[in-house]
Design a protein around this ligand. Structure first.
Ligand SMILES: [Zn+2]
Ligand SMILES: [Zn+2]
Length: 254
């Protein structure tokens, strides 16, 4: 069941003047400013829009069912990638990861995808494109980011932690292959009750592409032989490749 209209009104009223000491080193504070229906090609969702009181950034949560007060809510944290998510860029695997998340979450009740507006490993869209340009000249992603004067990964999961709090989620099971995401969220006060492996089912069109990526631990080589790092900070795992049957290893002990 989605969040009922009357409850949405109550949530927005409660959130209207929300302000708190914030989460994490940067004292991130967000408030929910709108919740609407979102029918998609992956299923029926609601979308909750969050406003960051501190820096004006906008984030969204894509909701399946009503996560308020729920335990063990399957949750994916996705970082925005305009070139991958919207344009279908093959420089990264963001689109594949987002699609798999939405399909998976569409089968849950409740389930969540937190979509964080921290493009390009946190350096922003314009700087990401500049980093791509440096990569085109032979630098790898880390070198390119450093050349632009940024850390390797500037993302901050404090936003995600606060969003979960705003949605009154008690505990989550995180859809990820990256244990450090779990420890980062846990350090920010999120109760992570388990991990769901994030596995991409291959099809005849993407099998070679995905297997090439998955074959390198953390790094992968594109069709032109250039190395890339996964932009979602989450190693790709392809169904049927290594580490046993991922679905069978779904764990609640992370
Ligand atoms: Zn707050
Ligand atoms: Zn990307």
């Amino acid at each position: 069941m989605p969040i009922p209209a009357a409850d949405i009104d109550a949530i927005l009223k409660r959130e209207a003047d929300h302000d708190c000491p914030g989460v994490g080193e940067k004292h991130i504070c967000v408030r929910i400013v709108g919740i609407a229906e979102l029918p998609t090609r992956f299923g029926e969702f609601q979308i909750a829009a969050f406003w960051n009181n501190r820096d004006g950034k906008e984030h969204v949560a894509i909701l399946r069912g009503d996560p308020r007060g729920a335990e063990d809510v399957p949750t994916r944290v996705h970082s925005e990638c305009l070139t991958g998510d919207a344009l279908g860029s093959l420089r990264c695997d963001c689109r594949d990861q987002l699609e798999v998340s939405l399909r998976r979450i569409s089968t849950e009740d409740p389930g969540l995808v937190l979509y964080l507006r921290q493009e390009g490993r946190g350096i922003g869209l314009l700087n990401k494109i500049r980093a791509y340009a440096l990569q085109d000249k032979g630098l790898d992603t880390v070198e390119a980011n450093l050349a632009l004067g940024f850390r390797d990964d500037e993302r901050d999961y404090a936003i995600a932690a606060h969003m979960l709090g705003s949605l009154s989620v008690r505990s989550i099971r995180l859809l990820t292959n990256n244990p450090s995401k779990i420890s980062q969220l846990t350090a920010l006060g999120v109760k992570v009750a388990g991990r769901i492996p994030h596995v991409i089912p291959p099809n005849p069109h993407n099998r070679f592409y995905l297997e090439t990526k998955a074959g390198r631990s953390g790094h992968w080589i594109d069709f032109e032989g250039k190395p890339h790092l996964p932009e979602q900070s989450d190693p790709v795992r392809v169904e049927g490749m290594g580490e046993g049957d991922a679905r069978a290893t779904e764990a609640r002990d992370a």
